[in-house]
Design a protein around this ligand. Structure first.
Ligand SMILES: NC(=O)C1=CN([C@@H]2O[C@H](COP(=O)(O)OP(=O)(O)OC[C@H]3O[C@@H](n4cnc5c(N)ncnc54)[C@H](O)[C@@H]3O)[C@@H](O)[C@H]2O)C=CC1
Ligand SMILES: O=C([O-])CC(=O)C(=O)O
Length: 329
């Protein structure tokens, strides 16, 4: 095992996602069994007592890869020297709310955290935003951290990506491992576009393997896009363990690299690819290597996909304009 622990900051650490996420990071699921991690956990003051209980449980696991845990409510302290920051802390939506309803409630959190990361994080910082509305929260953090390169920020659409793989595998009766090149385009919201036209099943085009446009349009796309709401309806609380798992998948692949012959979905600052306006944080197919990502280029976008991508991007532009209006960017 190398000696220098990687500092992983997690916000909202006493929350539902945190309760699943921290134990997986501490056990080596993020960086592997040979890399010690130091957890730096941020919570609001009233949640610190509960977080102390979580830390007692982390201690009780005696994880060989857990080098230490620090907790606190000041982002300037907790982000100090962080190599990876997973920004989970934000109010989740409840029944009947759309993610856009969270813009003003949660947006303000990300101005302060962006500034604190700017001033205190390590030079190699990578920042993944899970807290909703994830894309626009990432945009807010990025806009408030002028010294951190914009490509170091991403928002989580990996949960949608994993949901899309799982739905397609169930439809075709194949293992999830047969599915490659899934893409989520746009916003982590009901307008997102899970794309089967570039995905592959056992090396063959997924849309052709399905052979049922009506299922794609009326079943697959809405099931994936509205899965978060379906879980809130069933569980009475928003997805947590699956969100934690996707947060790990996304950060691990970013740092360790995506698999050869495959790609992943990540919401990143657009460079104008596929007609998505520069600067907004939109989900794309990306490959990753050594902590860097690249948008997969050259995919042909037909009219159906174009319409879906444009609708989600329009929503992201509206969210950007709304937070501009609120003075958050
Ligand atoms: N992008 C994605 O795929 C998904 C995103 N989410 C989002 O993740 C977020 C967290 O969800 P849960 O853990 O279920 O919520 P939760 O309410 O159980 O936990 C959130 C925690 O964040 C803390 N918090 C609030 N303000 C904070 C601040 N300024 N600094 C640090 N911590 C702060 C709260 O005290 C709370 O403990 C929500 O916004 C939810 O909508 C949830 C599922 C999937
Ligand atoms: O839907 C929600 O509010 C929680 C979430 O982001 C998801 O499960 O995708």
């Amino acid at each position: 095992m190398s000696n220098t622990p990687v500092k992983v900051a997690v916000t909202g650490a006493a929350g539902q996602i945190g309760y699943s996420l921290l134990f997986r990071i501490a056990s080596g699921a993020l960086l592997g069994p040979d890399t010690p991690v130091q957890l730096q956990l941020l919570e609001i003051e009233p949640a610190l007592k509960s977080l102390e209980g979580v830390v007692m449980e982390l201690d009780d696991c005696a994880f060989p890869t857990l080098a230490g845990v620090e907790i606190g409510s000041d982002p300037n302290v907790i982000f100090d020297g962080a190599n990876i920051a997973l920004l989970v802390g934000a109010r989740p939506r409840t029944k009947g709310m759309e993610r856009g309803d969270l813009l003003s409630a949660n947006g303000a959190i990300f101005t302060g955290q962006g500034k604190a990361l700017n001033d205190h994080a390590a030079d190699d910082i990578r920042i993944g935003v899970t807290g909703n509305p994830a894309n626009t929260n990432a945009l807010i953090a990025m806009s408030n951290a002028p010294d951190i390169p914009s490509e170091r920020f991403s928002a989580l659409t990996r949960l949608d990506h994993n949901r899309a793989i799982s739905q397609l595998a169930a439809k075709l009766g194949v293992p999830v491992t047969e599915i490659k090149k899934m893409t989520i385009w746009g916003n982590h919201s009901a307008t997102q576009y899970p794309d089967l036209f570039h995905a592959e099943v056992s090396g063959k085009n997924a849309a052709e393997a399905v052979g049922d446009q009506a299922w794609i349009e009326n079943d697959f796309i809405p099931t994936v896009a509205k899965r978060g709401a379906a879980i809130i309806e069933a569980r009475g609380a928003s997805s947590a363990a699956s969100a934690a798992s996707a947060t790990i998948d996304a950060a691990r692949d970013w740092i360790k690299g995506s698999a050869e012959g495959d790609w992943i979905s990540m919401a990143v600052a657009s460079d104008g690819s596929y007609g998505v306006p520069e600067g907004i944080i939109s989900s794309f197919p990306v490959t990753t290597k050594n902590g860097d990502w690249e948008i997969v280029q050259g995919l042909e976008i037909d009219d159906f996909s174009r319409g879906k991508i444009d609708a989600s991007v329009k929503e992201l532009e509206e969210e950007r304009d709304a937070v501009k209006e609120l003075g958050l960017i």
